[in-house]
Every structure is written in structure tokens, then in C-alpha cells.
Design a protein around this ligand. Structure first.
Ligand code: GSH
Length: 99
């Protein structure tokens, strides 16, 4: 007999997008901070996909990497992400963006 199974709760994951260059120290720091909080995010490497740099500029109004979006909302660069963490607001933002 097959044991009955219970459908567990599927863990919710905030949608995080990060435009980056892997050679960028601010990007490495942003990844380090994010990886202490969440398991997955989408990386858009503007060196590998240079055409998406313009998309980043259009969405963020900024020219530097990283540019981070959580749940479609522009957070900013590493400094902005770190400021949210320092203010104790990053966990709430990630939780609110989870579906
Ligand atoms: N304050 C910004 C600094 C970001 C920054 O200066 N990024 C550099 C790369 S490490 C950059 O994008 N420079 C211009 C470029 O690569 O086109 C942050 O914290 O995200």
C-alpha cells in the first residue's frame, strides 16, 4: 500500500533580478548579501548580454551595476541594498515580495 502523502506548503520565493557584471566588486557584495537571505535570483549579465544594459538603464534610470529589482520594484545598487539591511528593512521587503 502506498502511504498517503500530504501536499506541503511550497516555499515562496521573492522574484529578484540583478543586472550585473561578474567582475564588479559591488555586484559580488550584493550577491553575498542576497545569498545570506534567499536561495535564488535571476542574474542578468550585461557583459554576456550587452543589449540588456539599455534595458537596465530604462528600468532603473541608472548606469552602474548592480541594479537590483525585488518583486519588480527597483531597489537600487549595492549601497541601497545594504542600507535596507542596516535599517532592518530588507527581510520585510523580501517577505512582502514573496508569492
Ligand atoms: N554605489 C554603487 C556603485 C556601483 C559601481 O560603481 N559600479 C561600477 C562597477 S563595480 C560601475 O557600474 N561602473 C560603470 C560601468 O561598469 O559601466 C553601488 O553600490 O551599487
Amino acid at each position: 500500500m502506498v502511504a498517503p502523502t500530504t501536499l506541503g506548503t511550497i516555499p515562496s520565493v521573492p522574484v529578484i533580478e540583478m543586472y550585473l557584471r561578474h567582475t564588479c566588486p559591488y555586484c559580488v557584495m550584493a550577491i553575498r548579501l542576497l545569498s545570506s537571505k534567499v536561495l535564488e535570483w535571476t542574474e542578468i549579465d550585461i557583459d554576456a548580454e550587452p543589449q540588456r544594459r539599455q534595458e537596465m538603464i530604462d528600468r532603473s534610470g541608472r548606469y552602474t551595476v548592480p541594479q537590483i529589482f525585488v518583486g519588480g520594484t527597483h531597489v537600487g545598487g549595492f549601497d541601497d541594498l545594504y542600507a535596507l539591511e542596516s535599517a532592518g528593512r530588507l527581510d520585510r521587503l523580501l517577505a512582502d515580495a514573496s508569492s
